[in-house]
Ligand binder design. Structure first.
Ligand code: B12
Ligand code: SF4
Ligand code: SF4
Length: 409
């Protein structure tokens, strides 16, 4: 590695990134074509901002920065030091690990801005650059793979040798002429663990996630009712989902992040009863500056209802009965579903009372279905992977997987 490439990468590590690699600014023809195909196949439905025009732009770095020569791909480890889900508590909802702390978009972009400024100073020349983290048009994972940061897993996440898939990705598109790194030759080999581990069947084939079935989409991005047939499968996830990463043997080597902005213990398991009762002001105070704000209070309360329904605990009946009076039809409808799923005389009485007062057609339908115990998924299996059993599951998974690079058979 010549001194300019090592300077570029070492400086990124100095600023707190955990991984840095370089790729060319050539078009992402193959990855762009796959992304367009996914849109056309309906696999990206429900994300109105994920358009063909966005992909067309993102796959052509020259459109993002005329004169672009290289892409510096960066990774930030977010694996939290405590795995609190190993000591589960009653009536709590799980939050995906990436969201247990400060919003990474602002954090990484600020760091990348400082990186570009500092790089220009160190190189003693002007650097034209644009930087992207998640919400830009770039195909973050395709860039990371081409820069050798890691390789595509069958759950579609980028797996890295050092931090598994617990890394957030960003790119600096720059006019610097740099020697690209080689793409990784590693692969999942024969392993397919993540596919059956997905409780909603969202990994419809290796390397294909159907957004509309993914708990991450359902709990974070979706603004409307969660499809009834998927609710019983969502377990206790209230923001995102990590199941296809938890079972991944590559993640066994993951080391906790040193980033103090991540890994907040109080965001790992949320008290569902408290969440359902939060006012707008309280919600803001609690989650301001975290990724959880994206789901908004109404979305989080909808998710809390689903998780409470899946707990099947009669302790949840009083708060769910109160939620039948919420100003938000979305919350009332999901509270009705949860009461139907829990069942019992108190739940039934609350539903019958609401039936006499409800005006919204969709909520009325939910109440009627709940009273009929139809659409509640009452016969669905309990969580396919028991909470607290993840470690054992992971050990079993790891003992069977063999890694190989393509061509090794
Ligand atoms: C839309 C989106 C989502 C959607 C759709 C997910 C999806 N699979 O596309 C939803 C809301 C469901 C989602 C969920 C999550 N997301 Co998201 N998401 C994005 C976003 C904005 C775009 C992704 C995209 O373009 N998808 C379109 C399809 C076409 O892309 P793809 O599945 O990656 O397709 C590639 C592979 O399948 C591969 N491929 C296809 N066939 C084959 C065959 C072989 C043999 C091989 C090797 C490869 C291969 O090529 C395709 C094109 O590159 C990116 C940020 C960005 N700007 O890129 C973050 C991003 C992918 N998300 C991220 C994260 C952290 C998550 C979650 C883990 C969050 C959580 N815990 O809840 C989950 C993971 C779910 C999962 N299993 O993918 C990180 C991933 C980091 C990493 N290490 O990979 C990203 C990169 C954000 C970031 N900047 O850090 N996400
Ligand atoms: S994040 Fe959860 S729901 Fe989405 S693909 Fe992975 S296991 Fe399935
Ligand atoms: S669980 Fe197995 S198949 Fe899935 S991403 Fe990890 S190594 Fe690949």
């Amino acid at each position: 590695m010549s001194s300019i490439e090592s300077l570029v990468k070492n400086y990124a590590l100095e600023l707190g990134f955990d991984l840095a690699g370089i790729t060319s600014a050539q078009e992402f023809d193959r990855d762009g074509a796959v992304a367009l195909e996914r849109i056309r196949d309906g696999r990206m439905s429900g994300l109105p901002w994920y358009t063909e025009a966005r992909v067309q732009r993102g796959m052509r770095p020259q459109e993002l920065l005329p004169g672009a020569r290289s892409i510096i791909c960066l990774g930030l480890n977010y694996y939290p030091p405590d795995n609190l889900e190993e000591s589960p508590q009653e009536l709590t909802g799980r939050v995906a690990r990436y969201a247990r702390g400060r919003d990474y978009h602002a954090l990484m972009k600020r760091r990348m801005r400082a990186y570009v400024t500092g790089l220009a100073q160190r190189l003693g020349m002007a650097v034209a650059a644009r930087w992207y983290v998640d919400d830009g048009p770039m195909l973050d994972r395709a860039a990371a793979a081409r820069a050798g940061l890691g390789w595509f897993g069958k759950n579609t996440n980028i797996l890295t040798s050092s931090h598994g898939s617990w890394v957030l990705l960003g790119q600096v598109v720059a006019d610097l002429e740099l020697t690209p790194d080689a793409a990784s030759r590693k692969s999942c080999g024969a392993c397919t663990r993540c596919i059956p581990a997905c409780p909603t069947g969202a990994i419809v084939a290796p390397y294909v996630v159907d957004n509309t079935r993914c708990i991450s989409y359902l709990t974070i991005e979706s603004r409307g009712p969660i499809p009834r047939e998927l609710r019983p499968l969502m377990q206790d996830w209230v923001f995102g989902c990590d199941l296809c990463q938890e079972v991944c043997p590559v993640n066994r080597k993951a080391q906790p992040t040193g980033e103090p902005a991540f890994g907040r213990k109080d965001l790992a398991l949320l008290d569902l009863i408290n969440l359902l009762a939060l006012t707008e002001e309280e919600f803001r105070q609690r989650f301001q500056g975290t990724p959880i704000m994206r789901a908004k209070r109404v979305g989080m309360q909808r998710n809390a209802c689903v998780a409470l329904g899946n707990s099947r605990s009669t302790d949840a009946v009083p708060v769910l009965s109160c939620a039948l009076d919420s100003a938000e039809p979305l919350v009332r409808g999901h509270a009705a579903w949860a009461l139907g799923r829990i069942g019992g005389t108190a739940a039934q009485a609350a539903l019958e009372q609401a039936l006499g007062q409800e005006q919204d057609a969709w909520v009325l339908e939910e109440i009627e279905l709940a009273l009929e115990e139809r659409g509640t998924g009452a016969k669905s299996p309990q969580f396919p992977i028991a909470k607290g059993g993840q470690e054992e599951f992971l050990r079993a998974a790891t003992s069977q997987v063999v890694f190989h690079t393509p061509g090794e058979g």
